[in-house]
Design a protein around this ligand. Sequence first.
Ligand code: NAD
Ligand code: LMR
Length: 341
Amino acid sequence: TPSPARPRPVTVTVTGAAGQIGYAIVFRAAAGDLLGPGMPVRLHLLELPQARRAAEGTALELQDGAFPLLDGVEVFEDADAAFDGASVGLLIGARPRSRGMERAELLEANAGIFSVQGRAVNRGAAEDFRAVVVGNPANTNAYIAASHAPDVPRERFTALTRLDHHRALAQLAAATGARVDEIEGVAVWGNHSASQYPDLTHATVGGRPALEVLAGTGRDLAWVDDTFIPRVARRGAEIIDVRGGSSVASAAHAALCHVHDWVLGTAAGTWTSMAVASDGSYGVPEGLVSSFPVVCRDGRAVVVPDLELDEFSRTRIDRSVRELEEERAAVQQMGLLGPRR
Ligand code: NAD
Ligand code: LMR
């Protein structure tokens, strides 16, 4: 039987491609872990001038991988050129948090990058462009980029909280002795920061309410509040402390899963967590890029509707959303927002 025609390759722009996460992500993207095993990709690696050589070295290694799905690799220093024709943006390039540094301190350092890139996307990206922002503070950086790309639908700029979602799954699995694939209904709400709310109130383990299964192991609501939530929400800092640098391969893996599921759909009957531009659901102000439980179908991420929120959940979500509003007010004051509000 004749093989079906090879689809047109998708252009994927990776910013910070020579950095740690960038280096971890590009080989897996070339291997089909981003858009599936049937979709050829063309990689555009965007880097700062001082890291250009390193990105060129990465491009040589990509060539040496002889990936059947890799249609080409180009290195750029100019954002307009790098995003020209792009359908996917992996916006990773930013300065990572070092030991003891809080994310808010990163706001000013990184916000400039995302205004430039938002404008570049607006000028030349493909019609179906979609981006995940990994560089911190990821939610607000996505908001900034979207504000500079008024011609691109707002919902195409998302931020990564899939890593937090995975961390929550793994911690719940460890506490209950279940496998991660026996768990459903975990949700991460709010900001990718220590204020995030990893929510177990709708979660099930082997089809039973997670809170009930936890109670059977001697873990009560106090365990959820005092151990589980801070463990997940502060895992980034824990990794920095133990590893001596911020998370890399787990972050790259989460970003691949985020885009993969966004484009190809979440598995039937489950949801995942993504930071998306709020449509006003659950009282989150419209436009704020906040994490929600989402279902992805036909290339769209839709917030899971009509979940009941208890008072504890409401308080935790409101707290994280308040932090996002403060970050938005800060970048607005710094004059970093573009024409779309
Ligand atoms: P890194 O320092 O190893 O790499 C960052 C790269 O970005 C560097 O090579 C740098 O030259 C490049 N860069 C900086 N400004 C750029 C620009 N304007 N255009 C193009 N490239 C640029 O950092 P890393 O460990 O790869 O982390 C990258 C970012 O991801 C950090 O902000 C980190 O905090 C964040 N992060 C987010 C999550 C998440 O879950 N959302 C998880 C882990 C890390
Ligand atoms: C993480 O969650 O691992 C990253 O966002 C790094 C950090 O600064 O916490």
